[in-house]
Design a protein around this ligand. Structure first.
Ligand SMILES: [Zn+2]
Ligand SMILES: [Zn+2]
Length: 315
């Protein structure tokens, strides 16, 4: 069946340097089983809606137990996952192995790569369904995307590629606050956040590999995120520059303060919730990156460890 892409996958065996190899009969794709649990937090995309060569659209991968769990699907997500797979020798991040996706909300910058996560892994070998967890509207978006690509799916399934006639399988789970997922390696809890006029936006609290990881998604200062962290191992939080914000027109200030979190606000959140590590992502500079030091801005109100995340950083 997979006559066109299997050669490429065979080359992926060079990635399989650690752990014991197990072949999945269903997927036909090699998987690694690691002897001991750990959890890596990998920033696949640290960006925002602003197209920036250094920053792909928002996406974070948590890799544990030989499985990758994606949080958001910004533009470039699958290619960044492949890059991370190479860099960290993590087969869990090669495209055919991407089977778990959690969406914080449906803003375009967080979902422009959703079609990529549905289609690209399927084209190159994923045969199990993609399991997607997201807010209300995720099912409709999924159906619309599959409709938009119906000619592609038709040609690939009934043309000479002979891909699975069922097409790319996607199981959508529209979630509400609270526990939304668990398996042998990870548990995921959805936290409602405050993202301006969005009806439903979530952050996530994740337990994996003995670590507690909290992802803010897009939010203005949110007590529930603060509460979920409380001494957590890693808090990955969105942020904008309070220094540059001061020079914005009133309308832009109103928008950003309602939808997002400033460095000074985040410093206060971190001082109260005491993460062992604060990672900044979805950084808004309001202009060129040069001349803005987000870590320094945070440092004025918070003395803990802060890292401004870059694409492909691992924590
Ligand atoms: Zn965003
Ligand atoms: Zn947003």
């Amino acid at each position: 069946m997979m006559i066109f892409y299997t050669l490429r996958l065979i080359n992926r065996r060079s990635l399989l340097g650690r752990g014991s190899l197990a072949l999945s009969a269903l997927a036909g794709v090699p998987r690694i089983v690691f002897p001991s649990e750990s959890a890596s937090v990998i920033i696949l995309g640290s960006g925002t809606p602003i197209p920036d060569a250094l920053s792909s659209g928002p996406a974070v991968a948590i890799v544990t137990g030989g499985q990758a769990y994606l949080f958001d699907a910004g533009a470039g997500v699958v290619r960044r996952a492949e890059e991370a797979a190479e860099r960290y020798r993590m087969p869990a991040l090669v495209a055919p192995n991407l089977t778990r996706l959690f969406l914080t909300h449906l803003h375009s910058d967080h979902t422009l790569g959703y079609a990529d996560v549905i289609l690209t892994p399927w084209v190159v070998g994923r045969r199990e369904a993609l399991e997607v967890y997201g807010p209300k509207g995720t099912a409709a978006m999924t159906e619309h995307l599959k409709l938009a690509y119906s000619d592609d799916i038709e040609v690939r399934t009934h043309g000479l590629e002979h891909l699975d006639p069922e097409g790319p399988g996607v199981n959508v789970h529209e979630i509400s606050a609270g526990p939304v997922y668990h398996d042998a390696h990870i548990s995921v809890r959805a936290i409602p956040v405050l993202h301006g006029s969005w009806r439903q936006a979530f952050g996530y609290a994740i337990e994996a590999g003995g670590r507690t990881i909290v992802l803010s998604g897009d939010t203005s200062p949110c007590p529930a995120i603060e509460e979920a962290c409380r001494g957590c191992d890693v808090l990955v939080h969105e942020v904008y520059s309070a220094v540059r914000f001061a020079g914005l027109p009133a309308g832009a200030q109103k928008y950003h303060s309602s939808f997002h979190t400033s460095t000074s606000e985040l410093a206060a959140i971190a001082a109260r919730s005491k993460p062992k590590l604060l990672v900044l992502y979805h950084q808004l500079y309001f202009g060129p990156r040069e001349g803005v030091d987000l870590e320094k801005e945070i440092g004025q109100g918070y003395s803990g460890r802060v890292v401004s995340g870059r694409d492909l950083d691992s924590f």
